[in-house]
Design a protein around this ligand. Structure first.
Ligand SMILES: Nc1ncnc2c1ncn2[C@@H]1O[C@H](COP(=O)(O)OP(=O)(O)OP(=O)(O)O)[C@@H](O)[C@H]1O
Length: 297
C-alpha cells in the first residue's frame, strides 16, 4: 500500500499474543528497528524536497570514501577539519549567542569534484544529504524557510548551482529580460531563509557553483558563507595521485610521468575527464600515459 500523501509504502501488522508479558512486543519492535537501521549502516541517505517535507531519494548509497575524491593537496583535509571542528563546538556558539550554523561554498569548473566531495564528507561524518534545487520553480520563500527548518537531524543541506537561481542583482538590473521569471523564490527570501537556519544541532549548508563571479556578494558574506573553496582543474599532484589510486601497483615514477604528459597536453583537465580516460585503459597504465592526447583533449 502507498501513503497517498507521502508516496511511502506502508502496511499494518497486527500482533496478538496470549499471556501477560507486554515486553514481547517491545522486543519485536526493537529488533525490527535495529534491522531497519542495519540496512542504512555504512550508507549515505539522500533526501529531496517534496512539498513541505523531505523525502528519501532512492536507496541509501554506499558511503563514498573521502580518499576516493582527489582534490588539490591539503584541500580535503582542511575542509573536513573545519566541519568537524564546527560540529564539536556547539558550546562555543551557544556561549557567544552565535547561530550554530556554518556555510560553505565550493566553486570551480564542472567535473572537478565538488559534489563528489560533499557526498564523501557526508559519509565521513555519517550525515545524510538534503539536496535542494533553487531553480525549482515550485520553491517559494515560505517553502524554503520551512524546509530548512525541518531538515532531518545530522544532515548537510546542499544547494547546488546557486548561480542558476540567482544572479548578481546588478546583472539582473542591467538585463532584466534575461533573468525574468526565475521562480517564486526571491533573493531576499533566500537570504532570510539562510539567516534563519539555526538550531541546537549543527546546521551545515553547502553551496556549489561553476560561476562564483555571478553570485551576489550578499549571498556569500560571512555568516552565510563562512568558508569558500575553489575546486579546480587537476594539478600535477592530483593527476599523479589519481593515477596511483587507479593503478596502485604502478611505481610513483609512472604516476609522475602520466601527470607531466597530461599537463603538456592541457592545463585544464577535470578529474572527471581523467576518470573517464582511465576507464578506457582499465588494465593498461602504459596505454593511459601514451594515449593521453586522444581522450583528454
Ligand atoms: N577530484 C575528484 N576525484 C575523483 N573523482 C572525481 C573528482 N572530481 C570529479 N570526479 C568524478 O567525476 C564525476 C563528476 O564529478 P562531480 O559531479 O563531483 O563534479 P562537480 O565538480 O560537482 O561538477 P558540476 O560542477 O558539474 O556539478 C564523478 O563521477 C566523480 O567520481
Amino acid at each position: 500500500m502507498l501513503d497517498l500523501n507521502t508516496g511511502t509504502p506502508w502496511e499494518s501488522v497486527t500482533f496478538t499474543a496470549l499471556g501477560t508479558d507486554r515486553e514481547i512486543f517491545f522486543n519485536i519492535l526493537q529488533e525490527a528497528r535495529e534491522l531497519a537501521l542495519q540496512q542504512q549502516e555504512g550508507k549515505t541517505i539522500m533526501y529531496t524536497a517534496v512539498g513541505a517535507e523531505w523525502r528519501q531519494f532512492g536507496f541509501p548509497r554506499r558511503r563514498r570514501p573521502l580518499s576516493s575524491v582527489v582534490l588539490e593537496e591539503g584541500v580535503s583535509e582542511r575542509l573536513v577539519q573545519d566541519v568537524k571542528e564546527f560540529i564539536n563546538n556547539s558550546k562555543w556558539y551557544n556561549e557567544r549567542g552565535i547561530p550554530y550554523r556554518r556555510g560553505y561554498l565550493l566553486y570551480g569548473p564542472p567535473g572537478c569534484g565538488k559534489s563528489s566531495f560533499i557526498t564523501a564528507l557526508a559519509g565521513e561524518l555519517e550525515y545524510s544529504i538534503c539536496l535542494l534545487s533553487l531553480s525549482d520553480h515550485s520553491l517559494s520563500d515560505d517553502r524554503l524557510n520551512h524546509l530548512l527548518s525541518v531538515a532531518p537531524q545530522q544532515s548537510i543541506i546542499l544547494l547546488e548551482d546557486v548561480d542558476a537561481a540567482f544572479v548578481s542583482r546588478d546583472l539582473a538590473a542591467e538585463n532584466p529580460a534575461v533573468y525574468q521569471g526565475m521562480g517564486r523564490l526571491t533573493f531576499s527570501g533566500l537570504l532570510n531563509a539562510l539567516d534563519g537556519v539555526a538550531s541546537t544541532e549543527a546546521r551545515i549548508v553547502f553551496m556549489t557553483t561553476n560561476y562564483v563571479d555571478r553570485l551576489d556578494p550578499a549571498l556569500v558574506r560571512p555568516g552565510r558563507v563562512d568558508l569558500k573553496q575553489y575546486v579546480g582543474h587537476c594539478s600535477r599532484w592530483q593527476l599523479a595521485r589519481m593515477f596511483q589510486r587507479f593503478y596502485p601497483e604502478q611505481p610513483l615514477a609512472a604516476a609522475q610521468r602520466f601527470a607531466e604528459q597530461a599537463l603538456a597536453v592541457s592545463k585544464q583537465i577535470s578529474a572527471a575527464q581523467v576518470q573517464g580516460h582511465f576507464m578506457l585503459y582499465k588494465t593498461d597504465p602504459e596505454g593511459a600515459t601514451s594515449n593521453i592526447s586522444s581522450s583528454l583533449l
